[in-house]
Design a protein around this ligand. Structure first.
Ligand SMILES: Nc1ncnc2c1ncn2[C@@H]1O[C@H](COP(=O)(O)OP(=O)(O)OP(=O)(O)O)[C@@H](O)[C@H]1O
Ligand SMILES: [Mg+2]
Length: 187
């Protein structure tokens, strides 16, 4: 009887782990599938989008992340709002994962002429030089199976390109910054 019960318990744990992984993959794929061009461009304040994402990640942040906001006044941007929100989501998610939800997250927002720059900096271990050329490739991940699909930065890059923007990354141990540069006057 005891043996049977242990077996059932182990089986249940396996089912739990499997459904957990499946739901994470479904979430990632839904995120990916959302990428379509039917949504119209609208003038939007990207600070709102970034703040929404920070709210959604409050559970992770409160585990031990200090968020520093260096926000300058910026003009609204003509953009695909949902898609840009996906950019902030993926970059902030990566930053929090890199720090294991413990450290400092710095968000810099500034405008220089016709460009708005958003910098997202984390205090995690950084990106080793040898994997740097691969991080934007689809399905490239260093995360355990079920945790990362490796699509995050591929989606980010595609969305930024669609906005005629640029994304750059700089990383040393303890300081990784992704900088997104967007034009204010998109036609
Ligand atoms: N802020 C960061 N610090 C350290 N490494 C990073 C950071 N952002 C991305 N990376 C590296 O780049 C890889 C690819 O990132 P990407 O977001 O495309 O996929 P993922 O996070 O592994 O999976 P997914 O985003 O699909 O859940 C990561 O696995 C990680 O090795
Ligand atoms: Mg990611």
């Amino acid at each position: 009887m005891a043996y049977k019960l242990t077996e059932i318990q182990r089986g249940t744990q396996t089912i739990n782990t499997a459904t957990d992984r499946a739901s994470k993959v479904v979430f990632a794929l839904k995120n990916y599938a959302r990428y379509d061009s039917s949504e119209a461009m609208i003038q939007s304040d990207i600070v709102d989008g970034i703040e929404t994402v920070l709210t959604l990640y409050q559970n992770n942040i409160k585990q031990g992340v200090e968020v520093l906001r260096n926000y300058q006044k910026i003009e609204p941007i003509l953009c695909y709002v949902d898609q840009l929100n996906q950019v902030w989501t993926n970059l902030i998610h990566n930053a929090l994962q890199a720090m294991n939800n413990k450290g400092t997250l710095i968000i810099d927002i500034m405008q220089a002429g016709n460009y708005v720059k958003v910098g997202i900096t984390d205090s995690g271990n950084g990106i080793p030089a040898e994997i740097m050329p691969k991080i934007f490739e689809p399905f490239f991940t260093t995360k355990p199976p079920g945790e990362g699909s490796g699509l995050g930065l591929d989606i980010v890059k595609k969305i930024i390109e669609k906005h005629d923007g640029k994304i750059e990354v700089e990383s040393v141990p303890g300081k990784t910054t992704f900088t997104v540069c967007l034009s204010v006057n998109l036609s």
